[in-house]
Design a protein around this ligand. Structure first.
Ligand SMILES: NC(=O)c1ccc[n+]([C@@H]2O[C@H](COP(=O)([O-])OP(=O)(O)OC[C@H]3O[C@@H](n4cnc5c(N)ncnc54)[C@H](OP(=O)(O)O)[C@@H]3O)[C@@H](O)[C@H]2O)c1
Length: 339
């Protein structure tokens, strides 16, 4: 089956990252042809995207993310199907794509069009609008994956506090909102004292200074302060978090903003039975992906989602990606692409 709507444009606007002869990667808006896109089953007109740390890495030439340039980054996109070679989707369907290979080695969502395999597409989840689904995007989905693990392991609000590190970031702030909405007391760790009020406004019960998660005592265990944590930072922050987790607690790590190394005594595991869980959201299998989107749409209130967003245009993306690489952003940068 091949559905086509209105005449398609010859060219469309997209962020394109190129490698200069000086070895520096630069991102600008360019016009691209639809025929430049990979030939997959579903063509989507993108209405919203959002920035993720991976986009900042892709836009600065991180070859572990993107191998070939010129390239259009953007691991998230939400929009309308305009052409479909499968009966699973028809023109006009409101859909989102987060993760898989989008924006990595497949032309990404920071563009007016994407063309992707049907297996990557999720119909607009529950009661979320397309805009809200992109305020959440991969970062919020990652945060929700941690909430899902906390639920699955039977950790309830009365069992203790939950720590979130890198709390003003896109993943951290979404985690603070969702955990608070789910009834947990959240301790937010942040290196931005000027944003403590923001963190409280989105649901943090307590905010602690980032440096307090950098234990240098050499001890095998520290006083237990939380029953679960989502760590976006890695390195000695993750180690300190593990050492400070209560018996039978759970620590989910998704990131490595400070370091991709982990050196930690085994005592949290063999004495307190602490569980360390990895979160890898990009390739989440579809059945679990749908469960997590359902969880998101059940626990998060729209008025709380909107507190996380700063809306920018495609023109503002290059500068915003630069700020994101330097971890100088707060909450989620929503990119409004077309009407
Ligand atoms: N595994 C997955 O599936 C997955 C999915 C999405 C993202 N991630 C990863 O998760 C991490 C966070 O992503 P994000 O989108 O939230 O990034 P982000 O929006 O840039 O936020 C990162 C936050 O980390 C904190 N931070 C910055 N520098 C730090 C340092 N040197 N030490 C400690 N904390 C620091 C800052 O928050 P404060 O100032 O509040 O401390 C910053 O806002 C990244 O490593 C990203 O690659 C993984």
């Amino acid at each position: 089956m091949n559905h086509i709507t209105n005449p398609l444009p010859d060219k469309f606007r997209a962020i394109v990252t190129t490698e200069g002869e000086d070895g520096v990667f630069r991102s600008n808006i360019s016009l691209r042809k639809l025929s430049d896109l990979p030939q997959h089953a579903v063509l989507i007109r993108v209405l919203f995207s959002g920035l993720n740390y991976k986009d900042a890495l892709s836009a600065t030439g991180h070859k572990g993310i993107t191998r070939k340039y010129p390239h259009t980054p953007g691991i998230d996109a939400a929009g309308l199907v305009v052409k479909s070679e499968t009966s699973d989707f028809k023109p006009g369907d409101e859909v989102i794509v987060t993760g898989y290979d989008l924006g990595m080695n497949t032309s990404g969502g920071l563009a007016e069009y994407i063309c992707v395999p049907a297996a990557w597409i999720v119909k607009r989840p529950g009661n979320l609008t397309l805009e809200e689904s992109m305020i959440i995007g991969t970062s919020g989905f990652t945060a929700a994956s941690a909430v899902y693990e906390i639920y699955k392991h039977g950790i309830n609000p009365e069992d203790g506090n939950i720590l979130v590190s890198g709390a003003t970031g896109a993943v951290g702030s979404a985690a603070v909102v969702m955990l608070a909405q789910a009834g947990y007391k959240v301790i937010a760790s942040s290196g931005k004292p000027e944003e403590y009020n923001f963190l409280k406004s989105i649901g943090a019960s307590e905010v602690i200074e980032r440096d307090t998660l950098n234990d240098q005592s050499g001890r095998g265990l520290l006083p237990a302060r939380w029953v679960a944590a989502l760590d976006t930072v890695g390195g000695n922050t993750l180690s300190t978090i593990l050492l400070s987790t209560k018996e039978r607690g759970l620590v989910a790590n998704c990131g490595m903003i400070a370091s991709d190394k982990l050196q930690v005594p085994v005592f949290p595991f063999i004495i307190r039975g602490v569980r360390l869980i990895g979160i890898a959201s990009a390739d989440t299998p579809m059945p679990r992906r749908l469960e997590i989107w359902k969880l998101i749409s059940e626990i998060i209130k729209p008025e709380k989602i909107s507190l996380l967003k700063t809306t920018i245009s495609l023109e503002e993306v290059p500068e915003a990606l630069h700020r994101m690489k330097n971890a100088a952003t707060k909450g989620k940068m929503l990119v409004k692409i077309s009407n």
